[in-house]
Design a protein around this ligand. Structure first.
Ligand code: GUN
Ligand code: FE
Length: 451
């Protein structure tokens, strides 16, 4: 039977429009969607409330708690969870070669993969992340285990088996043997996910790690596969000075142009980082309707530049937020949205106070907390083309119920949201729903009629 939540909620419809509604009635219907939203001002409010009470399907969220859309992590390397926070002072290629590739190679061991993936998916759910776009490792078995765990724990997941076969940029013990193997492995993975997850809670993603790790033939074949299947694609794009220059040296073009030429830059593509884009690249990404996963923590370590979030949001590119576990150390999109705001402020103000104030930074770069909230919710959903990320009729019921930190002053709704997003620990995320199903609850004191 349908349940009805009585709750106050925040939802971002666009980067600069966050809705707030008090004590609304939100009906979750059997197919996992929001079937009805009745606000207090609605003439049917009392009638609907009484009906929900009578059928005993009403859940009244306790005072001081708010309903938010579940967060969407648009870039996460599942096998890197064991090294969160480690060696972030190294340059990107050094970190990849000396820490990341050796760690990912261990995921040939299915027991190890199972232990890590259980902990990661559970941790993300407890942090309010209801959907994630994952890079796995190169191992189909471990990646299928990740899919199984996401389905068991109830997280919406988009998973790629990582392709990397360029002998010049990958270690002998952690690479695909050649283009043909990389292709057949990817096809097998896609089939297996589609067979094992017919409800599509978990979906496959074509995943060339990034241009440096892939041979040219492999990029060609993966591009053809993307055209043939119309599946999502994920990769890293113009991520750092070294990586951007590597692609210029090899192809004489930027990452975005090369990806587009191979058929890997389209409306199904999610490009991680993109800190080094030229103006022409930005235009190309917009024209092709590809999305960008902004990973503010990771970019601080490896990006060699601050992503122009505000400029690209204003140009209406599709952008969401990624943790980039473990180029970013935090599994929490709260931490990442806070960092997105902070980084944008630094881009605006500049970093060297010895320069004149008006030439230190880039004007109009700061994003608001509302814009960061949009990125973590509706922006991520638009990037994945999923019907989620907002609390709206017909949307998937992917939610988090969050307790506000103690308050010692009266706040406007706008300040309440900012306070909630910045004064936050996972302890305050009391309940998480995916597809209208309760997939995590902290304690049972988040609703009034708790038994
Ligand atoms: N570029 C290519 N692979 C990776 C990775 O695993 N993490 C990050 N942050 N960047 C990458
Ligand atoms: Fe990454």
């Amino acid at each position: 039977m349908a349940i009805t939540l009585k709750t106050s909620y925040f939802s971002a419809n666009s980067p600069n429009h966050v809705e707030f509604h008090e004590q609304s009635l939100i009906e979750l219907i059997e197919n996992g969607q929001i079937g009805q939203i009745i606000h207090q001002s609605d003439p049917d409010y009392q009638k609907t409330l009484t009906a929900a009470q009578t059928t005993d399907q009403l859940i009244t969220i306790a005072p001081g708690h708010y309903l938010l859309p579940g967060f969407i992590d648009l870039h996460n390397h599942a096998p890197q969870w064991p090294q969160a926070g480690i060696a972030l002072d190294r340059p990107l290629n050094d970190w990849l070669n000396h820490y990341t590739f050796p760690l990912e190679a261990r995921f040939a061991d299915l027991d190890y993969a199972t232990a890590v993936y259980r902990d990661l998916v559970h941790t993300l759910l407890t942090n309010g992340t209801t959907s994630a776009l994952y890079f796995g490792s190169i191992h189909n078995n471990a990646n299928l285990k990740l899919a199984e765990i996401c389905a068991q724990l109830g997280q919406r997941a988009f998973i790629g088996t990582v392709v990397m076969d360029n002998p010049e940029q990958t270690p002998a013990n952690y690479r695909d043997v050649n283009s043909a193997t990389a292709l057949s492995k990817t096809r097998t993975f896609i089939q297996a996910i589609q067979n094992q997850h017919p409800d599509q809670l978990v979906q496959p993603v074509i995943t060339p790690r990034f241009i440096p790790s892939c041979q040219t033939e492999t990029l060609t074949q993966l591009g053809r596969l993307a055209q043939e299947t119309q599946l999502r694609v994920q990769t890293h794009c113009s991520q750092s000075t070294w990586e951007h220059q590597y692609v210029l040296d090899r192809f004489g073009q930027t990452d975005s142009v090369v990806l587009q030429q191979f058929g890997l830059l389209n409306q199904h593509a999610v490009l991680a980082h993109a800190t080094q884009l030229t103006t022409a690249d930005q235009q190309l990404i917009k024209t092709e309707q590809a999305a960008i996963a902004h990973c503010p923590l990771s970019n601080a370590y490896f990006g060699n530049g601050v992503f122009p979030t505000k400029q690209l949001l204003d140009q209406q590119l599709k952008i969401g937020l990624g943790t980039d576990i473990a180029g970013g150390y935090s599994p929490s999109l709260y931490t990442n949205l806070q960092t997105a705001v902070t980084a944008s402020q630094m881009r605006q103000d500049g970093v060297d106070a010895r320069l004149p104030a008006d030439s230190r930074g880039v004007a109009d770069s700061r994003i608001t907390t509302e814009e960061a909230f949009y990125l973590a919710t509706a922006g991520g959903a638009a990037s994945l083309a999923i019907n989620a990320g907002q609390i709206k009729l017909g949307m998937l019921a992917d939610f988090q119920i969050v307790q506000a930190a103690p308050q010692f002053t009266t706040l406007t709704p706008a300040d309440q949201l900012t306070h909630l997003l910045f004064n936050h620990t996972a302890q305050q995320i009391k309940a998480v729903y995916v597809n209208g199903q309760l997939v995590h609850q902290k304690e049972q004191n988040w609703y009034d009629n708790a038994q």
